[in-house]
Design a protein around this ligand. Sequence first.
Ligand code: TXA
Ligand code: MG
Length: 342
Amino acid sequence: MSEDSPAEILPTHTRELFEAAVRKSAALLRAGQVVALPTETVYGLAANALDPAAVARIYEVKGRPAHNPIIVHVADGAAARECADAWPEAARRLADAFWPGPLTLVAIRSVRIPDIVTAGGPTVGIRWPSHPFIQAVIRECGFPLAAPSANLSNRLSPTTADHVRKQIGHRVPLIVDGGPAQVGIESTVVDVTTAPPRVLRPGMVHEESLREVLKTPRTEAEGTPVPAGTLRSPGLLRRHYAPRAKLTILSWNDDAELRSKLRPDRAGRTHVIAYQKIPSPEGLAGVSVIPHDAEAFARALYAELHRCDDLGAEGIVVEAPPETGVWRAISDRLKRASEPES
Ligand code: TXA
Ligand code: MG
């Protein structure tokens, strides 16, 4: 595939366009190609999960390390169970409560799933997304789709078709525009091979709701710490999901305090993203305000970070969000996007 022919970008905003884009996507996927598709969390880079050569293209396009497994996307519960060798009670409950939706279940893989999808490991991540477009493509194909986020490895996930185009638009034949992602950050990943299950990556299906469905008390649901040296979820590497600009998380009470925390020679190239204590834009590269509820914040966050990168910001300062409940996943992504302290 040529590196310099740009991807075709197909809209989906009428029934005819939607159906034409489903047919085109399915044709490419059946031919072993990769296609960028919308999901409700972030855009995904999809390939036939049962075709090792097609999945290999995903790793190639993203520059993804071979040890990082890829989530398999299905469009019904029976297809999910065919990916797994065991479907424990916890999986059944979580699937009933949150699928289709922004939740990935890590289960013991079945023999159908090629090694390249699981990075050679004994488990497979499975998700039934709620976005109608990817559901329609999976049904049309008749096979599950392996799909990581449609960004270059270690870069920010895309929440619009244009974000995908800017990062990998010359490496894929087709990008389907299904509108801005409604959730805006990646799915919650829960390992159901342990009792109790444990969260490998927080997301907008948060711990409190998981616990309620699993009926596990707080202390139990937290599980045991991951032993050192075991990469339970390679996506949990410290720095991940990062914009190009240096991101810092700060709290301040007023403009003067914010300014005292910025290096004077850098302030003019620093973009501030705030939701509560909105600073005056004077002397800053820019100020964005994002909404003060967790769902709206998550939906807007990556688009704001992409925009700062597009504007060439050198630094991004994000007003520190709460660390609790529904905010935990947002706080997690911001920490991963920020520079290590030392
Ligand atoms: O919302 C999402 O999950 C999006 C959309 C496209 O579905 N996908 C996504 O995929 O974020 P990716 O590859 O960018 O992140 C998946 C994360 C990675 O951290 C990966 O290591 C972890 O899930 N993962 C996948 N399979 C796993 C497995 N079998 N065991 C442990 N972790 C796994
Ligand atoms: Mg990713």
